[in-house]
Design a protein around this ligand. Structure first.
Ligand code: NAD
Ligand code: UGA
Length: 459
């Protein structure tokens, strides 16, 4: 007697849903993996084998399983009807309206998904929260699903995703841990086992951690809050370095060698970006306030405020250094994406630097190896006050300054002598990532202004 092939469904084919399911499909060939999304253009891109997002190694990963046991579709209802396990990986942005606007999570896409699952499920199903959600969201999901007219049983698990963009494939292949939160009931334990069984195809059992649902939901917010806090902490110290001639790279190295602190996430920068850090911390802040924990809320809120301060400081330094005016001056922005190796520009510090410089009436020229298309769309409101160049040499030609805001490897290896020759003088480099060779640039004639390090200015 042949066993029915089990179907894993993922609702949401974005930065998380697409790569995660491509990995599951590769590692678990005996499952049918279906990813659905309401965004037809995105679905078509995945189907064509050209993923709609840039991520090293992703195209190759998708190619292994596409149309073998990995499928993409816009038919959400049909997908739900045939699913045994449903991962929900829709977006959960910050609310922009009503109560909690600017801080709370906007759960409208999430709730819509819950109702679609309720309407279309035909057999008992495990619903897995993959999206990042406020603590106790699973409870709301369960309440909606409890009213099943078709007498379908639902078990809700929390299984947050910890991948970082730019290294998504590597992170999925070799995760530090997989976290599964479930209920301590017979059906809860069965559901947890079913999910463990999937991950155990490639993740060592000792790295699969099970907790209660609320711990799992909170751990996701906590992990992002801790990571962002390290960046804000080092960035706050970079301001002291600039005031005292201490050097932030030396300070990072010195404290990072303490094995209790560790070296990672201690790179001072123009600020952290990305779709999640700010959103998730503000979500945590909102939750704290909701539970009457004002002091805790203010503590975490400061991580976001420090990040805004750092971005402001970067722009203020540009304007102050360039004789207090950038009006009419061409400034090349090296980088649009929020970090290297992604085309994602969501909450990118590059965009906020552009906004601020355009406000100062600079002529901004943006260049980026992958994020230019997204940047064009985002900055279209400024018309011809902002320009876009694929070629960094063209971007810098005729510019008074370069502001490096994304740490692309390709920016490190440019011929800066050639660039210097075509720039207005005095020529400035503002290195918002401390990733260039400052002494070498200074020797070429540039005035160099790093983050948290002594400025190198020709007199
Ligand atoms: P995304 O915007 O790239 O993708 C979400 C997708 O869901 C979109 O394509 C959207 O069209 C689709 N969608 C929304 N409502 C739908 C519905 N009712 N039916 C079908 N499709 C629907 O978002 P993302 O970056 O993949 O993030 C998803 C979640 O994962 C968020 O909660 C985020 O916080 C979390 N997360 C993101 C990352 C990351 O690196 N981007 C990492 C870890 C966790
Ligand atoms: C982050 C977390 O690292 C992931 O674990 C998490 O799953 C994800 O958020 C999420 O929930 O969305 P991501 O935002 O993709 O991943 O990228 P990070 O590598 O964390 O970088 C975030 C920002 O911090 C980038 O702008 C980066 O340039 C900046 N950063 C990072 C610094 O400024 N300094 C550092 O030392 C490290």
């Amino acid at each position: 007697m042949g066993m029915r092939t089990k179907t894993i469904l993922c609702i949401g084919a974005g930065y998380v849903g697409g790569p995660t399911m491509a990995m599951v499909a590769r590692q678990c060939p005996e499952y049918r993996v279906l990813v659905v999304d309401v965004d037809a253009a995105r679905v078509h891109a995945w189907q064509s084998g050209e993923p709609p997002i840039y991520e090293p190694g992703l195209k190759e990963l998708v190619a292994v399983s596409l149309n073998r046991n990995l499928f993409f579709s816009t038919d959400v209802a049909a997908g739900i009807a045939e699913a045994d396990i449903i991962f929900v990986s829709v977006n959960t942005p910050t609310k922009t309206f009503g109560r909690g606007a600017g801080r709370a999570a906007d759960l409208q896409y999430w709730e819509k998904t819950a109702r679609q699952i309720l309407a279309h499920a035909r057999r008992d199903v495990i619903v897995v929260e993959k999206s990042t959600l406020p603590v106790r969201t699973a409870e709301a999901m369960e309440r909606i699903l409890r009213d099943s007219p078709a007498d379908v049983g639902f078990e809700v698990l929390s299984n947050p995703e910890f991948l970082a963009e730019g290294t998504a494939v590597r992170d999925l292949e070799n995760p530090d841990r997989v976290l599964i939160g479930g209920h301590d009931s017979a059906s809860g334990r069965r559901a947890i086992e079913a999910l463990i069984e999937i991950y155990a195809h490639w993740v060592p059992r000792e790295r699969i951690l099970t907790t209660n649902v609320w711990s799992s939901e909170l751990s996701k917010l906590a992990a992002n809050a801790f990571l962002a806090q390290r960046i804000s902490s080092i960035n706050s110290l970079s301001a002291i370095c600039e005031a005292t001639e201490a050097n932030i790279s030396e300070v990072s190295r010195a404290i990072g060698m303490d094995s209790r602190i560790g070296p990672r996430f201690l790179n001072a920068s123009v600020g952290f970006g990305g779709s999640c850090f700010k959103k998730d911390i503000l979500n945590l802040v909102y939750l704290c306030d909701h539970y009457g924990l004002g002091e805790v809320a203010r503590y975490w809120e400061q991580v976001v405020l420090m990040n805004e301060y750092q971005e402001d400081r970067f722009v203020r330094k540009i304007v102050a250094t360039m004789f207090n005016t950038v009006a009419g001056k061409r400034i090349a922005i090296f980088g649009a994406s929020f970090k290297a190796d992604t085309g994602d520009i969501r909450e990118s510090p590059a965009l906020r630097v552009c906004h601020a410089l355009i406000e100062e009436r600079a002529i901004v020229v943006v260049t980026d190896p992958q994020g230019l298309l997204n940047a064009r769309r985002e900055l279209a409101i400024y018309g011809d006050r902002v320009l876009f160049e694929d070629d960094p040499y063209a971007a810098a030609c005729g510019a008074h300054a370069i502001a490096l805001v994304t740490e692309w490897e390709s920016f490190r290896t440019l011929d800066y002598q050639r660039i210097y020759a075509k720039m207005e003088k005095p020529a400035f480099v503002f290195d918002g990532r401390n990733c260039l060779d400052h002494a070498a640039l200074y020797a070429l004639g540039f005035n160099v202004l790093p983050v948290g390090q002594k400025s190198l200015i020709h007199q």
